[in-house]
Design a protein around this ligand. Structure first.
Ligand SMILES: *Cc1c(COP(=O)(O)O)cnc(C)c1O
Ligand SMILES: [Zn+2]
Length: 412
């Protein structure tokens, strides 16, 4: 089922599969279209998937590049864990955590970069670049290093130090811009007209976005080729959120899944919640905001796929909610203490929104719920600083016993 063309999401004008992202007629976004799968045999397709590699490349039939070029850093095939202790805490019965921190650079961005970079190499690009809120820079730097390509990553100057260090180590060109992500994105859009570079999330965006579908494919396969009833996922630009739905729909259409799309719940940080605000106000479009939140990986004030995220939440009878920075910190601890998974602030947003939905009674206790944890806690350590105190003791037994007694006393 080969990719056929790029087509405009709005007016359906068709373009060749090259490095372009915007419709010349109506300025709508472009996406990859595939040849019809109507005659494909679902059983044969399912067997081919199950015989594939333990990476996102097992879903090559549904991607614009069917096999990875040599030197590819494998990404995807991350754990889907049943979280019974978390479910119990929330008064639910079946909650699953898709832990995408278990990727090579510890976020879901390894998926989108894998696909964009593979297509960029087919198109002959020798330099890879991106506009990033942190995790994308991390992934671009690593995957470019593995492929032996030069890379430039453009980031806002005030990112978490852990993310910047974990990016620079790959030998990329780290360009810190005095501005926020939306300034960085605007600059990169201009630069993409000046240089023959593959900007993974600008001129390669249609291919980049396809990588997120693999989160849906993996979820369904790991559930035994079944659909969840509800998903909770974070929203920055809205690409991940909407492409998870696209992935499920493609498998329903291909006969690999039966049923209909899950309910889609989007999660944003209150300090950058243009999509949640538009949802609450009943608007079809998002009003851009200036981000101010600890969830820096989600800090996109002008989300490109915001209107599509709103459509999806409404069409599936879902919602888009936001949570405060304190709720995000609590969400990180709730997930860690009930599942053993330490997530970054974006995962705190997702967990806090899941908890909020459960508290509000929006979730039927019998639903099968999947929450998408998209990044690693070690990248945003400041979010948990000061939340506990270590016991300070001398290296002898009596000192330990004294400290234990004091603790017990303090607790009583
Ligand atoms: C980029 C990112 C997202 C979502 O990004 P979209 O632009 O909405 O696709 C979610 N979580 C983390 C940790 C990210 O880095
Ligand atoms: Zn168009």
């Amino acid at each position: 089922m080969p990719p056929e063309s790029l087509s405009c999401k709005e007016c359906k004008t068709v373009y060749p599969l090259d490095a372009r992202y915007v419709c010349e007629r109506c300025f709508g976004p472009l996406e990859v279209s595939y040849a019809s799968r109507a005659d494909a045999d679902p059983e044969a397709l399912r067997r081919r998937i199950q015989a594939g590699p333990h990476s996102l490349w097992r879903y090559g039939d549904f991607l614009p590049v069917s096999a990875p070029p040599p030197g590819t850093l494998p990404a995807g095939w991350t754990p889907l864990l049943r979280a019974d202790r978390l479910a119990e805490r929330l008064g639910l019965r079946e909650v699953w955590i898709k832990n995408d921190a278990a990727n090579p650079t510890h976020s879901f961005k390894d998926r989108v970069v894998s696909v964009a970079l593979a297509r960029a190499r087919e198109l002959g690009f020798e330099t890879i670049a991106c506009a990033s809120t942190g995790n994308l820079a991390n992934a671009v730097a690593a995957h470019a290093a593995a492929a032996g390509l030069e890379s430039y990553v453009f980031i806002p100057h005030d990112l978490e130090e852990q993310k910047v260090l974990a990016t620079g180590v790959y030998g990329t060109n780290v360009v810190a811009v005095q501005g926020n992500y939306d300034d960085v994105n605007r600059l990169c859009t201009e630069l993409s007209g000046e240089h023959e570079w593959a900007f993974v999330n600008i001129n390669m965006r249609p291919y980049y976005a396809e990588g997120s579908k693999t989160l849906a494919f993996e979820t369904a396969e790991q559930l035994g080729f079944r659909l969840p009833d509800r998903v909770v996922a974070p929203i920055a630009s809205g690409s991940l959120f909407t492409k998870i739905a696209r992935g499920f729909q493609e498998w329903i259409d291909a006969g690999l899944l039966s049923g209909r799309l899950p309910v889609f719940n989007g999660a944003q940080a209150e300090g950058c919640s243009p999509v949640a605000s538009a949802f609450a106000a009943g608007h079809d479009f998002c009003r851009p905001v200036k981000p101010d939140t600890i969830a820096k990986s989600l800090a996109i004030g002008n989300p490109a796929d915001g209107p599509y995220a709103l459509d999806l939440a409404r069409a599936t009878k879902g919602r888009i909610d936001s949570v405060t920075d304190d709720e995000i910190r609590e969400g990180i601890r709730l997930l860690a203490q009930t599942t053993g998974i330490f997530t970054e602030t974006a995962g705190g947003v997702t967990t806090a929104v899941l908890a909020k939905l459960a508290r509000r009674g929006d979730i039927d206790p019998d639903e099968r719920v999947v929450a998408y944890i998209t990044g690693e806690g070690l990248k945003t350590l400041d979010a948990v600083r000061g939340t506990f105190e270590a016991w300070r003791i001398d290296p002898n037994v009596s000192s330990f016993e004294r400290a234990a007694e004091q603790r017990a006393g303090a607790l009583a």
